[in-house]
Design a protein around this ligand. Structure first.
Ligand SMILES: [Zn+2]
Ligand SMILES: [Zn+2]
Length: 250
């Protein structure tokens, strides 16, 4: 648990960037970039960051654990006492109940950020019907299973249709989700201590849904986490997109 209680002050939430990729996500050298990420986080006066590289089918759990070990070793060279660093992963919940990481990797991570909607990847499952409503239900099924098994700490860019390329209008999937369906999954997550990401790109990409997500989530008393999905150190500072996110949500 990163916050003891749910926070609804976006300025406070944005003092933590809980979705940051290192170049390891592109299978390059992690340590070199870690320095730049930590420097950027410190310059932005963030209180904490979570390193969440992709865990897809191109890597083993052992390789990922070695990656984390190297990151920790590299981080020791810098004074990060003012900055809390969570060593996590963006894990792939690709079908109801199914993900790729081993139990020991899962247990070793500080932060388990699951994505349920990387449908563009070839190992991802799909609903039987090719409709926006079927995709919405399919995502809910995956989430339910990862909440009930207590595997997830948080869901990354939940519900958005950005990765479902067959529907030209990316908001069809989020429009297919009813307030009741959203409320039910929020309540279940709250009961089981699972948080929801305020992913700046997702908020900006689907503002209408983002407002429903933020308002219903607060009504249900869920915990939100802020993340920029940074793939470059320039995007570690949450202040860059925060004004636009606030304009949409507040
Ligand atoms: Zn993602
Ligand atoms: Zn990501």
């Amino acid at each position: 648990m990163i916050f003891q209680e749910p926070l609804y002050d976006l300025d406070e939430l944005a003092r933590y960037n809980l979705h940051v990729h290192t170049v390891f996500s592109l299978c390059a050298k992690a340590p070199a970039l870690l320095f730049a990420i930590l420097k950027a986080a410190q310059a932005a006066r963030l209180k904490g960051i979570a390193l969440t590289d992709h865990f897809n089918d191109d890597i083993s759990s052992e390789q990922y654990m070695e990656h984390i070990r190297l990151l920790k070793q590299e981080a020791e060279r810098f004074n990060t006492s003012e900055l809390k660093v969570y060593y996590g992963a963006e894990l792939s919940a690709y079908e109801p109940g199914k993900s790729l990481e081993s139990e020991s990797l899962r247990q070793s991570l500080d932060y388990r950020l699951y994505t349920v909607n990387h449908f563009h990847l070839n190992f991802w499952g799909h609903p039987k019907e090719n409709t926006p409503a079927a995709y919405a239900l399919y995502m809910l099924d995956i989430m339910r299973s990862f909440i009930l098994t207590k595997k997830a700490h948080c869901f990354a860019h939940p519900f958005i249709g950005r990765f479902i390329h067959q529907f030209e209008d990316q908001t069809l999937v989020t429009k297919a989700l009813s307030d009741n369906q959203l409320g039910d999954i929020f309540c279940l997550a709250k009961k089981n201590g699972v948080a929801w990401e305020i992913n700046s790109g997702a908020i900006i990409g689907d503002p209408e849904f983002a407002r429903r997500y933020w308002n219903l989530g607060r009504e249900c008393g869920v915990t939100f986490h802020y993340g920029t999905d940074a793939h470059h150190p320039d995007n570690v500072d949450t202040a860059k997109t925060l004004p636009l996110v606030k304009k949409i949500l507040l």
